[in-house]
Design a protein around this ligand. Structure first.
Ligand SMILES: Nc1ncnc2c1ncn2[C@@H]1O[C@H](COP(=O)(O)OP(=O)(O)OP(=O)(O)O)[C@@H](O)[C@H]1O
Ligand SMILES: [Mg+2]
Length: 286
């Protein structure tokens, strides 16, 4: 047999083996949720990390997979930047543990320094995602949240195809008209690939001044409009809080530092809606 043919067969076998490992891993995770947005910079990673903390706060066993290969921001937002990822004796990746016991895996934990870019072609990013899904030792989880890069391309499709029993998607948007148009792309992507939409979340909805007045900086009620236009559940709105970007920049998780802020309370309400929709029960903060 020609060496190239042999190598191809080996590579194909490896992929099949990894796909089987993913299937086994995913059997131990009850709900697998992809967090999507059509547009970048709408706060998807902040929302993913805060939802993870809020679910763990309500007693759920939670993991976060940062599938953003080129711009992994989950480690910093979850307070685990710089922590090493160890491998078990069987060669499985052991996720790092963030506050409240949330397990985290990200390419950002595997590159030597924050400012070193990952320069890979598309095929390598899909294999990196496949390998993270196959080799990570999550154990038993109630929720796995997957922070996807913005857009509806290769990485998004890879996740949906690899996790055959994926529960559904959360769509994050900001209340701007531009964002509304882009979000419709994410919704159509979900429809095309048969991914259930759990609901839409509006981030950076309004700003409350110290005198209590609410200001809708970008626009008002956009996620509600999307929800009724496409007949998908509206899960809630998270206000703007300047302490969010400060906390994210300094590597202290906002939800942990400010659990009683309006934004954290909004996040808890959103997780309650998610728990109710998926588990049919009310969430609990006890
Ligand atoms: N509700 C909010 N109030 C204030 N700042 C916020 C809020 N949500 C997110 N941010 C800030 O906005 C910036 C973008 O957030 P984030 O990185 O979560 O967006 P993203 O959609 O994941 O971006 P990317 O497309 O680059 O992955 C960050 O600096 C974050 O701290
Ligand atoms: Mg992000």
């Amino acid at each position: 047999m020609l060496p190239e043919v042999k190598a191809r067969i080996e590579a194909f076998k490896k992929i099949r083996e990894q796909e089987n490992m993913i299937k086994e891993n995913m059997k131990r995770i009850r709900f697998k949720i992809a967090v999507l947005s059509g547009k970048g910079g709408v706060g998807k990673s902040f929302v993913t990390s805060s939802l993870a903390f809020a679910l763990a706060y309500q007693g759920k066993r939670v993991g976060v997979l940062d599938a953003d290969i080129y711009g992994p921001s989950i480690p910093k937002m979850m307070g685990v930047q710089g922590q090493p990822v160890y491998a078990s004796s069987e060669g499985r990746l052991l996720p790092v543990v963030a506050p409240l016991g949330v397990k985290v895996i990200s390419i950002g934990l595997m590159v030597p320094s924050e400012d070193i870019p990952v320069i890979w072609r598309g095929t390598l990013t899909t294999s990196a995602i496949r390998e993270m899904l196959a080799y990570t030792e999550w154990g038993e989880l109630d929720y796995l949240l997957i922070d996807l890069p913005p857009g509806t391309g290769d990485e998004q499709l890879t996740i949906v195809q690899l996790i055959k029993d994926i529960t559904g998607a959360l769509i994050v948007t900001i209340p701007s008209d531009v964002s509304r148009i882009v979000v419709s792309k994410a919704i159509n992507f979900c429809k095309k690939v048969g991914l259930k939409i759990i609901g839409v979340i509006e981030n950076m909805s309004y700003f409350t001044c110290p005198d209590g007045t609410k200001h809708y900086i970008f626009g008002e009620g956009v996620a509600r409009k999307i929800s009724s236009q496409y007949n998908i559940p509206f899960l809630g709105e998270i206000p703007i809080d300047p302490r969010i970007s400060r906390a994210n920049d300094s590597g202290e998780p906002f939800f942990i530092k400010y659990p009683n802020s309006l934004a954290s309370k909004a996040v808890i309400e959103i997780t309650k809606a998610i728990i109710k929709s998926l588990e049919g029960t009310e969430g609990s903060e006890d």
